[in-house]
Ligand binder design. Structure first.
Ligand SMILES: Cc1ncc(C[n+]2csc(CCOP(=O)(O)OP(=O)(O)O)c2C)c(N)n1
Length: 525
């Protein structure tokens, strides 16, 4: 469009719409008012308010993981962007795409170093995979088009466009048509050959899979490859959405505990990476390795994260002369009915049994989520979204964005269930308010152990006994947090449960509600 009477902000909004962006998660400020006005005038983008920027960026991550296309965010100046960085970090680790629009000062104002002026360049440069600065209304459409293309690049990435207020308000805006994002690259024939040779060598091989390699369509091919070669498969901790439940291949994760991970990977002479990095421990501990595989194991890359995982696995299967093969029979039987006080195994049994078909499960359960591995193969098929970057505070925003991503994909009724550890919930709890005002079908299972239990475990690993100060840094019961009141304060229905029977009743009720609910699940101590 060559209507130069439009503002830069209007050109930007038209460009986003032309690029298929239909949702903007926002926390605006003064410098974004012209952009907000443009969103008001030009229909086509659903604007969703988040009450803190880390909620906003986490929602965009959840949206992408479900809709598989980027949403925009609207953030305010350097400090607003900085608030959103932890969940931008998680999104980057998940390989999610998003386009952050960061409203900033009008260009002539920056030199005066007014209160909200910050080194935006340094902040976005260090944390976004692509970034650019709008400098002129006549160029903002092209800048935004490149941002949309970057956000959707290959399997997606974090892109950020800084939008100075005067570029937004001035007329002379020219919008642009984003090109289709670049498709993931073709696999390299030499990599396929090397991996084929390794799989035929008789050495014990592990195939480690990243997100695009675990989609259900590829499960029969994975079964064919593992049955023909004797290789094992596991899921990388970077997987942003894992298909689980009946009829899906069980892909065990690399354990979080370094000792468990080292033990599990010890048998493998060869580790084959499909769209994921080598398995690395969260942290380095004294006398322990950084990498979880055996030091003398060969690590081969079948496909890098920006290459086409499906094509790579198909090429490998062809080279091996392997056909897709039926999945092993799902385990027969029912998830047991359990009762009594709430502990991880019983909790997992109750939740897995009630999960509706095609639910989205958001997992920020941390130490209390250990019961699910045993029961998930018997649950209804679902998608399992984990906080991938280790920055806690992802769960509630991810769930919120995931529900909106499902709606944007025409699945209005798709349920979201959040397995939400209490300490992590406190980082982004205001995301509940967005769930309430958008009436999203999200059930938050607030897993209440009144502590930072994982850190107590880490403390034990350094061989120390927690004294008063250490205990105080890791316990959340002085005072105990009243999660039901907090949820109600944000407009979300809530109930507290202390037994598995109460949990079953409360979750059944929550899953038939039209909107969100929080269940304060008090675990036995
Ligand atoms: C952004 C961020 N801040 C702090 C931490 C350090 N940290 C890791 S786990 C944890 C406590 C988690 O407690 P909770 O969510 O209650 O789970 P639990 O350990 O009790 O299962 C903290 C503070 C982190 N990983 N990320």
């Amino acid at each position: 469009m060559t209507d130069t009477s439009q503002t830069g902000a209007e050109a930007l909004v038209r460009t986003l719409i032309a690029g298929g962006v239909d949702t903007c998660f926002a926390n605006p400020g003064t410098s974004e008012m012209h952009f907000v006005a443009a969103l008001d005038r030009i229909p086509g983008i659903r604007c969703v308010l988040g009450l803190q920027e880390n909620s906003v960026t986490g929602m965009a991550d959840g949206y992408f993981r479900v809709a598989r296309r980027p949403a925009a965010t609207l953030l305010h100046c350097g400090p607003g962007y900085a608030n959103g960085i932890a969940n931008i970090h998680n999104a980057r680790r998940a390989g999610s795409g998003m386009l952050n629009i960061v409203g900033d000062h009008a260009i002539p104002h920056v030199k005066h170093d007014s209160p909200l002026t910050a080194d935006v360049d340094a902040l976005v440069g260090a944390t976004s995979q692509w970034h650019s600065f709008g400098t002129d209304p006549s160029r903002i459409g092209r800048d935004a088009a490149r941002g949309v293309e970057a956000a959707g690049d290959a399997y997606g990435q974090v892109a950020t466009l800084v939008l100075p207020a005067d570029v937004s308000w001035k007329t002379g805006g020219l919008d642009a048509q984003p090109a289709s994002p670049r498709a993931p690259g073709a696999p390299e024939p030499r990599a396929v050959e090397r991996v084929t040779k390794a799989l035929r060598s008789g050495r014990k091989a592990l195939i480690l899979l990243g997100t695009p390699a675990v989609v259900p369509d590829l499960h029969p091919l994975l079964v064919g490859i593992t049955e023909a070669t004797g290789a094992s498969v596991m899921g990388s901790p970077t997987i942003s959405s894992m298909p689980r439940g009946r009829g899906r291949l069980v892909l065990p994760p690399v354990p979080y505990s370094v000792d468990d991970a080292v033990k599990k990977l010890e048998p493998f002479d060869v580790v084959i990476l499909v769209n994921c990095p080598p398995p690395v421990g969260f942290f380095l501990y004294p006398d322990r390795p950084s990498l979880m595989h055996r030091p003398d194991a060969d690590v081969l890359t079948l496909s890098r994260p920006d290459q086409d995982a499906a094509l790579a696995l198909q090429a490998l299967a062809q080279e091996l002369g392997v056909e897709p093969t039926a999945l092993p029979e799902s385990p027969v039987g029912q998830i047991p009915d359990v009762s009594g006080p709430i502990r991880p195994d019983g909790f997992a049994a109750v939740v897995a049994k009630l999960l509706p078909t095609d639910a989205i499960v958001v997992n920020e359960a941390l130490t209390l989520g250990g019961g699910f591995e045993a029961v998930m193969p018997l649950a209804e098929p679902c998608d399992w979204l984990t906080v991938t970057g280790g920055a806690i505070g992802g769960g509630i925003p991810l769930a919120t964005g995931a529900a909106i991503g499902a709606q944007a994909s025409g699945r209005q009724e798709q349920r979201v269930v959040t397995l939400q550890a209490d300490g992590s919930a406190a980082y982004t709890i205001q995301g509940l308010w967005t769930q309430a005002r958008e009436k999203l079908p999200v059930t938050t299972l607030l897993m209440n152990n009144r502590s930072y239990a994982i850190l107590l475990g880490e403390y034990a690993k350094v061989g120390a006994k927690p004294g008063k100060t250490a205990n105080d840094m890791m316990s959340l019961d002085r005072p105990a947090i009243d999660w039901s009141s907090i949820a109600r304060g944000f407009g979300v229905e809530a109930q507290t449960v202390t037994t598995l029977d109460e949990l079953r009743d409360a979750l059944s009720a929550a899953l038939s509600l039209g909107g969100p609910m929080l269940i304060d699940v008090q675990f036995a101590r």
